[in-house]
Design a protein around this ligand. Structure first.
Ligand code: SDX
Length: 429
């Protein structure tokens, strides 16, 4: 971790008192003010709903330039990684800080295979969920249950345990996701296979049945590999912050990941990819494709409706992942010979957003969720599994953020303050 540079002192004047606060600068020259002494020196706290202006940590993992639309994992640009790498290698990069050499790749892949099956007793969980259970509920339950089945891995002091922990989660969450899908359609589960790579294994567990001679389509496997890379990390987003918060209380990794899955489920976060498709279907069916009507609703302050897949807390330009996902969506549909009216509608909606001053004046652009669901749909993945796909991709990033927090000497239990606005003291009579 590069030590942040002190670039001088900021002055804060409150009444007749002036204090100095250190100014810090990160590796990409982003500036921050260190307010750790603020309350002790002044009795004041800061007020920042949604932590729009608040940094919770220093981190080596992911860098985003929201104004320029730049995303890098450990210094590598997202376009480079999506084009040239396997998701398994990007997972290794996020956790260890370097891309794996052949020996490290082979060892990591062997761990993934060795940990791909679920404990037989865990399999019975699926039977007790109702068929209509959302797969994100199942996934979160499976994640926290791993701490009951594999408690020995709570000791992160040993380096080899980290690879066990990472690959166990990466592999078993992928298996659990496929099992939850099979359960939801009443099909028998399909076990993972050691002769298939990570993405091919998932597709086989999802779509193979005792009566079809399913063969993994390389176009679909390649698209899944890229999609998982696009989702692998995104610095201090809502679910990553939840992972850090839960981990800061010294809760175990599996409990932290389970909480992160629940945060990601929210429609304002990872759940948006499912809601984009449902929004496009409603526009087509209810509004006969009337984009103008839905754009007018999104701009109407009296209407709570928002365009799903549009806008971002950090990107005030086109999300670089959305650019890759848009091209991928077209390529996958072409290569599979599939046409989808929702894709044309999505492009029409995007054009309306890019041309409308309401969105442009607020720097609202398509984000990662705008096109990814359309690609999953072309690959045959059902809508209620889209956020599960996001979660599987994000697991290495969550683990990397959690491990970094555990190793940070400045890390403390997360406990924000508040401005109290309730009743002042009163007696019970
Ligand atoms: C992800 O943080 C991450 O990195 C997340 C993520 C990751 O990889 O982890 O990138 C993944 O969560 C992507 C975002 C997916 N969510 C959606 O697509 C849901 C739709 N988007 C919005 O709800 C919203 O844009 C958020 C939640 C993404 C961001 O919310 P902010 O930063 O709190 O912005 P805001 O609500 O304060 O909006 C600012 C203005 C407001 O108008 P004014 O009050 O200035 O008049 O923009 C408007 C908002 O009303 N606005 C929208 C809009 N998003 C913001 N208006 C219409 N449609 C929208 N989608």
């Amino acid at each position: 971790m590069l030590e942040v540079q002190n670039t001088g002192m900021a002055e804060l004047r409150i009444g007749d008192k002036t204090i100095e606060l250190p100014m810090l600068e990160g590796a990409e020259h982003e500036g921050a003010i260190d307010i750790r002494a603020l309350r002790k020196e002044t009795g004041f706290i800061t007020y920042d709903p949604g932590f729009v202006n608040t940094g919770c940590c220093k981190s080596d993992i992911t860098y985003i330039d929201g104004e320029k639309g730049v995303l890098r994992y450990r210094g590598y640009d997202i376009n480079d990684l999506a084009e040239k790498c396997e998701f398994v290698d990007v997972a290794y990069l996020l956790v260890h800080g370097t891309l794996p050499n052949k020996e490290q790749h082979d060892s990591f892949s062997a761990h993934l295979n060795n940990h791909s099956m679920l404990h037989e007793d865990m399999r019975h969980f699926f039977g007790s969920f109702p068929d209509h259970a959302h797969p994100m509920a199942t996934l979160s339950a499976m994640a926290v249950s791993l701490s009951s089945f594999y408690p020995e891995l709570e000791d992160t002091s040993k380096q080899e345990n980290i690879d066990y922990k990472v690959t166990r989660l990466l592999s078993k969450m992928r298996t659990a996701a496929a099992f939850s899908y099979k359960k939801s359609i009443g099909h028998p589960i399909v076990q993972p296979r050691h002769d298939l790579k990570y993405c091919e294994n998932f597709l086989n567990m999802m779509f193979s049945t005792p009566v079809n001679n399913y063969q993994v389509d390389p176009v679909v496997a390649n698209a899944l590999n890229k999609l998982l890379i696009l989702h692998a990390d995104h610095e201090q987003n809502c679910s990553a912050s939840v992972i850090r918060m839960v981990g800061s209380a010294d809760a175990n990794l599996y409990a932290s990941i389970s909480a992160g899955i629940c945060a990601l489920w929210g429609p304002l976060h990872g759940g948006a990819n499912q809601h984009v498709i449902e929004m496009l279907e409603r526009i087509l069916e209810d509004d006969r494709g009337d984009v103008k009507k839905v754009v007018a609703r999104a701009k109407d302050k009296n209407d709570p409706f928002r365009l799903m897949g549009v806008g971002h807390r950090v990107y005030k330009s086109y999300d670089p992942r959305a650019r890759v996902a848009k091209q991928m969506c077209k390529d996958v549909l072409d290569q599979l010979g599939v046409s989808d009216p929702l894709v044309d509608l999505a492009q029409e909606l995007e054009a309306a957003v890019l041309a409308d001053d309401y969105f442009q004046s607020r720097n609202l652009y398509p984000n990662i969720d705008f096109y990814t669901g359309l690609t999953y749909r072309a690959m045959g993945i059902p809508t209620n599994m889209f956020t599960v796909m996001f979660a599987i991709g994000r697991i290495p990033g969550w683990i990397a953020q959690w491990l970094e927090m555990k190793e940070d000497p400045h890390a403390r239990i997360g406990r924000p303050r508040q401005i109290y606005t309730g009743p002042v003291h009163r007696e019970v009579h």
